[in-house]
Design a binder for this molecule. Structure first.
Ligand SMILES: [Fe+2]
Length: 318
């Protein structure tokens, strides 16, 4: 697996690499720093007068869940957060006309067993493609405060091409939206929402933990198996993530290989265009609706390159 740091690669080539399992990490760009500052201000206001990374030391889990239940949607829908995403995309050479993104999510990982469910869900190993994400989805992840090896997230690269028995066949995105998503803040002690999980033991090692500075971002395919690292740092981790898809790949059904995802429904209706915030064309979304066979292949090889060396493969229908 290749890890590119501050690569100058153009976006077409970068997506091609991401679809083979590569990771890309970028130093903080101005718009990412702005987004993190916005998040910090909102977090600090919400937990005032407490130090937000130590709020768990003086608040009950119920009270923290209540605060996060108001804070997270406020951040997601803040007009400046969308502006920052557009700025980030521009600053790392994405074509805003053809790149679509979804609103940035704020995540929290609390130390120990304090709050692991609902609004602060500690993600078990999963692929986003188990949750109806398309195989051309790129995940962007960045820390809001200083990150450490013991409060970050991990990618489990050996499962890039290795199937995990999982519950994704029970997951339908539209059903999830109707039944579960908006009740996250209610799940303080236990989380009864049905989520796709591994149904066999997962070997967490080897794992990759990228430790970025505040506003640094790393990109990975939605098909990568990843998880929340158990937080033993003593402080709360706040991070931001968002997702992008490129219109050419959506229309061409290009993306990472599908090794084990069997969910139905699609998140395609969530992405908005970098320029005018319009949704993807209806016919493009329709390619990914329930019951539609989806075949994912690597982009056509670049002249002169050997496609056999890229892990070129076609996934199975969902
Ligand atoms: Fe995820």
């Amino acid at each position: 697996m290749n890890i590119f740091i501050d690569s100058k690669m153009n976006d077409n080539d970068r997506r091609r690499e991401l679809y083979t399992g590569a990771l890309f990490a970028y130093s903080p760009c101005p718009s990412a720093l702005k987004l993190c500052r916005l998040a910090q201000e909102m977090i600090e206001e919400a937990f005032h007068p407490l130090d937000p990374i130590r709020a768990h030391e003086s608040l009950s889990a119920e009270r923290s869940a209540e605060i996060l239940g108001a804070l997270k949607p406020k951040f997601i829908h803040h007009p400046e957060s969308k502006e920052c995403i557009r700025g980030i995309l521009r600053e790392v050479d994405c074509d805003l006309e053809r790149t679509y993104f979804d609103v940035p999510r704020m995540r929290t990982a609390f130390p120990g067993d304090y709050l692991k469910t609902g609004i602060a869900y500690a993600f078990h190993p999963h692929r986003d493609t188990w949750y109806s994400a398309p195989f051309c989805q790129i995940n962007w992840w960045m820390p809001v405060y200083e990150l450490a090896f013991d409060n970050c997230m991990a990618i489990h690269p050996q499962y890039w091409s290795r199937a995990v028995k999982n519950g994704s066949s029970q997951f339908n995105y539209h059903k999830w939206n109707l039944e579960s998503r908006f009740s996250a803040a209610q799940h303080v002690k236990a989380d009864s929402r049905v989520q796709p999980r591994p149904e066999e033991p997962v070997e967490l090692d080897p794992q990759v933990r990228l430790i970025c500075p505040v506003g640094g971002a790393y990109l990975f395919s939605a098909a990568h198996l990843h998880s929340t690292v158990p937080n033993t740092s003593g402080v709360i981790r706040y991070s931001i993530d968002f997702r992008t898809v490129h219109l050419d790949d959506v229309q061409g059904r290009i993306g990472s290989p599908n090794v084990d995802s069997a969910c139905t429904g699609t998140t395609m209706g969530d992405y908005i265009r970098g320029t005018d915030l319009s949704h993807l064309p209806t016919d493009a979304i329709a390619l990914y609706q329930d019951g539609t066979e989806s075949r994912y292949a690597m982009p056509p090889s670049i002249p002169g390159e050997n496609p056999a060396g890229t892990g070129n493969s076609i996934g199975t229908a969902r």
